[in-house]
Design a protein around this ligand. Structure first.
Ligand code: AMP
Ligand code: MG
Length: 351
């Protein structure tokens, strides 16, 4: 298939931006697949009201059929067209946050089909902050069902190059809107239960949600492995996720333990290392070092984590990846830790 790559500037000031977005929005409305930038990661969008188009998302990504999709809307007011919002007090408390890197799960109305929700009675909705994403959805005039624009199981795409690597020739359009600001997928909270449950941590933190909603439970799947027969409330959580080609091991501990441990392992093994900016100078035994931001900057780490995981695929002859992971689970640290846990298949060495 011929894939068009269309460039659009982040602030929509480019001469051809609206022309390109109009073309992409016509293609998606008429059943095509369009990869588009959001503030979290790139999404692979289809018209959420067109079951055949939505089914193609699952085929192209190799996505398991029971893993539902999030519907993206241009305005929070539109959520009421597709879900029961009026009687949900929790929704009223979160609605002012939109646009944001946040997905709310609500009891759906019939317009959102079972193909989008993988048969679930509830559906996820998000209004992205990214201007390109919002303009694209607004011009399409329909809700856009979109998972991350990667091959299922691979690290999520935070640059157009990542989408090209995974999906060129398989989708109609890739909109290149530059690198994603947040870099990890949206926070998902279900408001269809009482109390609400955090299903996936992201840049909108548990602390923020709790301050607005009162008690918020945290899904067990965020920090621990699910059994095969367990029913996940966010089905995506039970699948292998974010994994580079080589096996990932997480290393948790203080500098004085982690750095010597990494150097020792690298004396005898050919490994790639993901570490904080401050660590790089002390890791003397390894040539494949990828820094993921400062130790005290989880937002910066979130922005680069998937790019760094993908970059390890380019290292020749390595047998594994050691990744330093946060000890704190506060704020955005929880999102970084969760993605690293899944990338490693819950393989953590605590020093
Ligand atoms: P992705 O955009 O590829 O990260 O996939 C979307 C994520 O949202 C998956 O982890 C889904 O399990 C989750 N999700 C989407 N819709 C729902 C829903 N109705 N209920 C629970 N989780 C959902
Ligand atoms: Mg995904």
């Amino acid at each position: 298939m011929d894939t068009k790559i269309l460039y659009v500037s982040k602030d929509l000031t480019g001469k051809d931006d609206i022309k390109n977005l109009t073309l992409a929005s016509e293609i998606v409305r008429n059943g095509g697949l369009v990869a588009f930038p959001t503030e979290t990661v790139y999404g692979l969008g289809a018209n959420a009201l067109d079951d055949d188009a939505v089914k193609r998302i699952f085929e192209v990504k190799g996505r398991p059929q029971d893993n539902p999709l999030i519907s993206h809307l241009a305005s929070a007011d539109d959520i009421a067209k597709y879900a029961h919002t009026a009687e949900n007090d929790y929704f009223a408390k979160l609605a002012p946050l939109f646009p944001a890197p946040l997905t709310v799960v609500l009891r759906k109305l019939p317009l959102i089909s079972n193909v989008v929700t993988a048969g679930l009675p509830n559906a996820g909705f998000r209004v992205p902050e990214n201007l390109v994403a919002r303009k694209f959805i607004e011009l399409a005039g329909v809700p856009i069902a979109a998972p991350s624009a990667n091959i299922s199981g691979r690290p999520s795409p935070t640059k157009a190059e990542h989408v090209i690597e995974d999906l060129f020739g398989k989708v109609d359009v890739i909109i290149d809107g530059g690198p994603c600001n947040v870099g990890v997928e949206s926070t998902i909270v279900t408001l269809a239960t009482d109390p609400p449950v955090l299903l996936r941590p992201g840049a909108v933190t548990l602390e923020t949600l709790s301050s607005l909603l009162g008690q918020v439970q945290i899904s067990r799947a965020i920090l621990s492995e699910m059994n095969n027969d367990e029913i996940a409330s966010a089905p995506g959580m039970k699948y292998k996720h974010y994994a580079p080609v080589n096996p990932v091991t997480l290393i948790m501990g203080s500098d004085d333990k982690v750095i010597p441990y990494i150097n020792k392992r690298c004396e005898t093994e050919n490994l790639a290392i993901l570490c904080y900016d401050e660590d790089a100078g002390s890791i003397t035994e390894c040539r494949n070092i990828f820094t993921i931001g400062k130790a005290d900057d989880p937002l910066g780490q979130a922005r680069s984590i998937f790019d760094a995981l993908r970059a390890t695929d380019e290292c020749s002859f390595i047998t594994g990846v050691l990744a330093r992971c946060p000890e704190s689970k506060d704020g955005v640290n929880l999102a970084v830790y969760n993605r690293l846990l899944k990338a490693s298949g819950f393989n953590v060495i605590k020093l």
